[in-house]
Design a protein around this ligand. Structure first.
Ligand code: GSH
Length: 283
């Protein structure tokens, strides 16, 4: 499997890469960013996944979150994939809206035409990209964790809930708590999966928890000045689902913070500390 380096920059003693490869899942070229800390020079390091939100590419988190310093401190690799397949032949939203299609893959495997050909972001993140990374870089597949923002927070929670043995930690910034119960999610799930709502449940963190899926514990930060809080994000639904299931959820409601990367950059160190603690403890 060929992985091409698009750019490389030294950062906090490590390497910030942007890479491109051919994806068999999406049928397109895909880009991701990968930070390798100085510790990766001497052997495989734990790998943290960051899944981004609507409109993002691999670039937003990489250039705005300031994660490299903390990742270097803990000896963590951090991968930030793109949020959808892209290219001339990839179908987009009929109105080219920002919340469906390009830049809005929602981390599902689409089953509805014409999206089912390319929009296979669940399998891409869960299966294909881990293999690509393990084959090309000094990352330790037995020590992985996952976090994300907004649509990517939904992705991180749902992927962790479906693969509890794979990820040793999960956290989210302003996640879409229950896509079944918000306009962004309803548009995405009906467009990618069709109208049968039973098929939507494996892509909804609250439904997965209701259906018996479990993770060890969850950290969520949510800004209280986030314009999407009430209509789209609804952390109270995750709080209720975790409460009922007995999943320890640390939900921090942050006064005055909005939905932007200024919010993420403020708390990214707390999240990487949380991940490092769980990635480096035995068991
Ligand atoms: N463009 C949309 C908002 C999209 C949005 O806020 N995207 C978030 C993720 S859900 C993001 O990370 N945007 C890119 C950035 O801030 O760099 C709007 O105007 O309502």
């Amino acid at each position: 499997m060929t992985v091409e380096t698009v750019s490389e920059n030294r950062s906090f003693g490590g390497r910030q890469l942007v890479c491109r490869h051919r994806s068999s899942e999406t049928g397109t070229d895909m880009r991701f960013s990968l930070y390798l800390p100085p510790a990766a020079e001497s052997g495989p390091v734990p790998l943290v996944w960051f899944l981004s939100g609507l409109t993002c590419t691999e670039e937003n988190f990489t250039t705005k979150a300031g994660a490299q310093r903390v990742a270097a401190k803990h000896g963590l690799a951090v991968v930030a994939p793109d949020t959808s397949p892209r290219g001339e032949t990839v179908p987009d939203d009929a109105d080219a809206a920002y919340d469906f299609g390009l830049g809005a893959g929602f981390y599902v495997d689409a089953t509805a035409a014409p999206f089912d050909r390319n929009y296979r972001m669940a399998s891409y993140i869960e299966t294909e990209l881990p293999e690509v990374l393990a084959g090309a870089f000094p990352v330790d597949g037995r020590r992985q964790s996952i976090m994300g923002h907004s649509m990517g927070g939904h992705g991180a929670l749902t992927i962790a809930l479906r693969n509890p043995d794979r990820y040793k930690a999960v956290s989210a910034f302003a996640p879409i708590a229950s896509p079944i119960n918000c306009p962004w999610g309803q548009k995405a799930l009906s467009g990618y999966l069709g109208r049968d709502e039973a098929e939507w449940r494996r892509y909804d963190a609250c439904a997965l928890i209701e259906d018996g899926h479990r993770v060890g514990d969850i950290l969520v930060d949510q800004g209280l000045a986030d314009g999407f809080l009430e209509n789209q994000l609804k952390p109270e639904l995750l709080e209720a689902a975790c409460g009922k299931a007995g999943i320890p959820l640390t939900l921090r409601r942050q006064e005055g913070y909005d939905h932007s990367y200024f919010f993420i950059a403020t708390f990214v160190e707390d999240h990487l500390d949380w991940h490092a603690e769980r990635l480096t403890s035995e068991g």
